[in-house]
Design a protein around this ligand. Structure first.
Ligand code: COA
Length: 376
């Protein structure tokens, strides 16, 4: 298979492998999800699929209409390497991203055709399995119908009472106090302002050993990422090349908190704000720490420095001790999101040393330290 190959045809529609001339059309379709700025959607596609540091060709397919002249849908996967953290097995898993059919062309079977053609491409390219962390009820129904399996549900931990974290300079006295309720009302009413959620965070400084920054420390982060996490569980290999790429996403802003001792990084926390959808939300994108105390200190520092009105993180990424702490300071578990499984997999059964389906299908096989996909 090569760029521009037509993989399937149905009436006026074609499923085509990516070729550069399709990029603008793909950006136009994707801007339905990302917001009206087509240039930004194009930058996002270029960054995500063309600059991803795997050295492989992008895995992008388009649905075209009218003899290939109009793009009406797209689908993408990122080729990611996962390992079990013991320095042994690693495996290439294709992570699902950017699946859309233009509303005027939906309900004609194109989504189903596009996904099954993409699966053939993944199989040919030797992936052990395809995985997805970001679903909605329609894409779930569609993929389960094509042999994908539900592995687990994701729960979102949401900070609902911002002032109650000990040491916070915005102490408000509990989640049901008048002030806290007023603040929540104001967040709902005015939370979509154009101001960055990081305004306060950028003005304040946190006390050592925690430090804040606007840039990733790619080498130290990669070193720590390689040595933390439950051994034997699958985690994404986050190399320095991965970290150097990850935060160049043109549709989001990031802030970093580092906790070091004797110049050795002990933990880091990454905050994300979208510039498009879900503006005004602070997402704890990544919390990587050598132990629970470091994780709690990073979360506490983030909240004290940022005074965030809301903060979200994927509960599956949080160690049980840290989760307990969060519950005492005002986080609530919220979810599962959309009532659909958030991790689904499609075993591809290639003969290239893939992990067994039993391993892939158990939530206990996975270790999540960060939000893997839909928060890109
Ligand atoms: C998800 C999406 C790509 C599906 O594309 P599509 O071309 O409409 O899908 P298909 O026509 O192949 O439909 C396949 C099946 O999906 C389900 N489905 C599709 N649209 C649906 C809808 N609006 N409501 C309920 N079920 C629906 C049906 O089971 C359908 O099978 P059926 O027609 O035999 O009942 C499309 O709805 C879309 O672009 N949505 C917005 C973007 C998005 O949500 N992407 C996924 C991000 S996780």
């Amino acid at each position: 298979m090569k760029a521009g190959d037509v993989l399937a045809e149905r009436g006026q529609y074609r499923i085509e492998l990516f070729r550069p001339e399709l990029l603008n059309g793909m950006a136009t379709v994707l801007s339905i999800l990302l917001g009206p700025d087509r240039d930004r959607a194009g930058d996002y596609l270029r960054w995500k699929h063309m600059e991803f540091p795997s050295g492989e060709d992008p895995i992008l397919l388009a649905v075209t209409h009218d003899g290939g002249r109009e793009v009406v849908g797209m689908n993408g996967f990122l080729p990611m390497t996962w390992s079990d953290g013991s320095g042994g097995k690693s495996t290439r898993l294709a992570c699902w991203a950017d699946f859309i059919i233009h509303p005027e062309h939906q309900r004609k079977g194109l989504g189903r055709l596009l996904l099954s053609e993409t699966t053939k491409v993944l199989r040919e390219r030797g992936f052990s399995a395809a995985i997805s962390f970001s679903q909605n009820p329609i894409s779930t129904k569609l993929s389960l119908g094509l042999g994908w399996r539900a592995v687990g549900l994701a729960t979102c931990a949401r900070l609902v009472s911002p002032g109650s974290i000990p040491g916070s300079s915005v102490a408000l006295g509990g989640r049901n106090s008048v002030v806290a309720r007023g603040l929540r009302f104001a967040m709902r009413r005015f939370g979509r302002s154009s101001a960055s959620v990081f305004e306060k965070f950028d003005r304040r400084k946190t006390a050592r050993p925690t430090e804040s920054a606007t840039k990733p420390r790619v080498e130290a982060m990669a070193l720590l990422a390689a040595t933390t996490g439950a051994k034997g569980r699958l985690r994404l290999q986050r190399t320095k090349e991965y970290f150097a790429w990850r935060f160049k996403n043109p549709i989001a802003r990031y802030r970093f908190l580092y906790l070091s001792q004797n110049d050795q990084l002990q933990g880091f926390l990454i905050l994300q704000e979208f510039l498009t959808r879900a503006r005004g939300r602070t997402v704890v994108l990544d919390l990587t720490a050598g132990n629970a105390e470091v994780a709690v200190e990073l979360l506490r520092s983030a909240q004290v420095q940022g005074g965030f009105g809301n903060m979200y993180m994927l509960a599956e990424c949080i160690q049980p001790e840290v989760r307990k702490y969060l519950m005492t300071v005002g986080f609530e578990l919220d979810g599962p999101r959309n009532q659909v499984p958030s991790l689904i997999i499609k075993p591809l059964d290639t003969a290239t040393g893939g992990l067994s389906n039993r391993v892939l299908s158990s939530l206990n096989s996975w270790h999540f330290q960060f939000i893997d996909s839909d928060a890109f």
